[in-house]
Design a protein around this ligand. Structure first.
Ligand SMILES: Cc1cc2nc3c(=O)[nH]c(=O)nc-3n(C[C@H](O)[C@H](O)[C@H](O)COP(=O)(O)O)c2cc1C
Length: 178
């Protein structure tokens, strides 16, 4: 049976590695649907057609129009990586003007297992909003790979795609949690 992974990326440099991450997920048996923030889509503008061909689904970075059919199959799990400081805080606060953040908020609210890998430096992480956002998302059922024994960052500058996909395999299903 096909398992569907929604992969959401925001505008931090590891987004340029997303094709490799998609191929790694596909080799683990996932049908991948790719969602980008508008800024991430701008960064990847030259690659959007290729990424759509790679996944076999439209790359989404904006809400559809009312009445348009849903272009993706239903999600079994969601991965938000890399997650910028901006989008992570928007998600925790429920500020869903962007398609990616709205989809993450709705998925988490429906109990879709969700893994998030923050990607920003210690200066951002020292902002008081960050701890509150992580606590909020964990309470809502998300697996946040940051600052715990599960934090997989092997070395500065390396983004932990493999560990993120490992976490996706083990993400807990939390039905009706919020
Ligand atoms: C070269 C460059 C690198 C950046 N790296 C990061 C980063 O690692 N983490 C982060 O949170 N923001 C980073 N930013 C800032 C985000 O791109 C910016 O906050 C943007 O508004 C995020 O939008 P999004 O969350 O909608 O993708 C970077 C910006 C630039 C231009």
């Amino acid at each position: 049976m096909t398992r569907t992974l929604y992969l959401f990326c925001s505008a931090a440099p590891p987004v340029f590695e997303v094709a490799g991450a998609i191929e790694a997920a596909q080799s683990r048996g996932w049908d991948v649907c790719l969602g980008l923030t508008p800024t991430a889509a701008q960064w990847l503008a030259d690659s959007l057609d290729g990424l759509a061909a790679l996944t076999g689904h439209p790359v989404r970075y904006a809400y559809g129009m009312p009445g348009q059919p849903e272009p993706w199959p239903r999600a079994d799990v969601m991965l938000f990586a890399p997650a910028t400081f901006n989008s992570l805080n928007e998600w925790a606060l429920g500020l869903t003007a962007k398609f990616t953040v709205g989809a993450l908020a709705q998925g988490l609210g429906c109990g879709v297992p969700t893994v998030v890998v923050p990607c920003f430096d210690d200066a951002y992480a020292r902002h008081p909003a960050f701890g509150t956002s992580v606590a909020t998302l964990r309470t809502a059922g998300a697996t946040v790979l940051y600052g715990t024994e599960a934090d997989p960052r092997p070395e500065p500058g390396a983004f932990p795609w493999a560990a993120a996909l490992d976490a996706v395999e083990g993400a807990p299903w939390v039905p009706g949690r919020i």
